[in-house]
Design a protein around this ligand. Structure first.
Ligand code: GP9
Ligand code: MN
Length: 411
């Protein structure tokens, strides 16, 4: 009921420096278009890494130099995979402990970024080369306030230009451009890439821009090739945006949606990274890239520890949109007062000093990478349980509807 909502709001507000914390770039991108690019299964370890002496992500490596590049940024997703990342990013709420909130709670009341932006005359749209009903997107997007959804049906998809779930990334971006041109400005546009998806196949030798790895684990070996292909597609996308004069008035937020290489591939991964994969390294592998590119602003490497949960307040603050009393568990990543901390869906916690690996129930000191007494991590473990539980209460209890009614009464 509404008392439960009050309790959650009290918690969120009590988080020191959290609610309403403003970073130094508040309003820097006021009125600009926002382009989100979901990098399918892209983990942070591929950035600035070489394989056989060759860059895996040459375009992104170049882009990070001209962007805010967060290299301690984590996905917070669970079983809902891509759809969880979308939910978390638009709502600053966590996904669920099991299942996908996109399919189980699609008729809840939310206060998602597209809904908020509507009040500021933004058009919100999602582009994706798979069927519109996958992950229940066609339904959930309406709930979240998206005005348009361009899915497989709106693209020219042939056997030649598709693989796995649908359209390959290069034709995807290319065919999206005429649709972008037609959008009313400003827009909040999400592009969900797909080619770098398990089992990491390209179906065309000509598309192999890098040799596979040679671990003998096919998924891991091919992963580098599909990542390399995705990188190329983003390079082409940026070129098109520039050519079509969409670039200057737009900020770009590129993020990895979730891990690509699961725990079942530890031996191959330990070969690639040249180290043993203990729970500590497993948690580090949950890092995904976050690249915020604002044309005209200089690049900066950000050591801030954060996660997808922080993107909603970060984006809204860049746009100069203040959120008061919103139920959000994240904080503007640029806010000085925010704590360096993120919580993974399994209850793991990462701070600037410690890693709590929930599944293994182990505590690590980040500076030494060594296991330390679990007692040090107990407060982190408890915080994670509390916060995830509050978020779940909001979703299971559809608590935001009480906020809506409260707002209406106040009007
Ligand atoms: C499917 C694409 C991949 O449309 O988003 O979904 P995933 O399996 O990564 O959740
Ligand atoms: Mn995905």
């Amino acid at each position: 009921d509404s008392n439960e909502l009050t309790e959650v709001l009290n918690y969120v507000n009590s988080q020191q420096g959290k609610m309403g914390a403003k970073g130094k770039y508040f309003g820097k991108a006021k009125g600009k278009n926002v382009v989100l690019v979901s990098l399918e299964s892209t983990q942070n370890f591929v950035i600035n890494r070489k394989l056989h002496g060759q860059e895996i992500t040459p375009f992104l490596n170049d882009l990070v130099k001209k962007s805010f590049y967060f290299n301690n940024f984590y996905h917070n997703t669970g079983q809902g995979k891509t759809s969880d990342s979308e939910f978390i990013i638009d709502n600053s709420l966590y996904g669920l402990p099991r299942g996908a909130v996109f399919t189980t709670n699609e008729s809840n009341e939310y206060n998602a970024t597209p809904e908020i932006l509507k009040e500021h005359n933004y058009t919100s749209v999602s582009f994706h080369g798979n069927n519109d009903s996958f992950w229940n997107r066609d339904v959930m997007y309406k709930t979240l306030g998206y005005d348009y959804f361009y899915s497989k049906e709106e693209y020219k998809v042939t056997e030649e230009n598709s693989v796995n779930y649908g359209l390959k990334d290069i034709p995807f971006f290319k065919q999206s451009m005429p649709k972008v041109k037609k959008l009313e400005k400003p827009y909040y546009a999400k592009f969900i890439t797909m080619t770098n998806h398990y089992p990491y196949i390209l179906n065309n030798q000509n598309m192999n821009m890098i040799e596979p790895a040679h671990t003998g684990d096919g998924s891991v070996d091919r992963y580098f090739q599909t990542v390399r292909y995705m990188d190329e597609s983003i390079k082409k996308f940026f070129n098109l945006m520039k050519q079509q004069n969409e670039y200057e008035d737009t900020i770009f937020v590129l993020y990895g949606d979730h891990y690509g290489i699961s725990e079942n591939h530890k031996p191959a991964m330990s070969e690639v990274l040249d180290k043993e994969i203990r729970p500590f390294e497993h948690i580090q592998l949950q890092k995904v890239p976050l690249i915020i590119h604002v044309p005209g602003m200089e690049g900066e490497k950000m050591e801030t520890v954060g996660g997808q949960i922080d993107l909603k307040p970060t984006i809204l603050n860049l746009l100069g949109i203040e959120q008061k009393n919103d139920v959000q568990f994240g904080t503007d990543l640029f806010a000085k007062t925010r704590k360096d901390l993120t919580i993974l869906r399994d209850g793991s916690v990462i701070t600037d000093q410690y890693v709590y690996a929930a599944e293994a129930n182990k505590c690590y000191d980040k500076s030494t990478k060594e296991k330390i007494n679990i007692k040090t991590c107990i407060p982190l473990k408890q915080k994670a349980e509390k916060e995830l539980n509050y978020s779940d209460k909001v979703v299971y209890g559809d608590l935001i509807r009480y906020k809506e009614s409260e707002q209406k009464e106040n009007k």
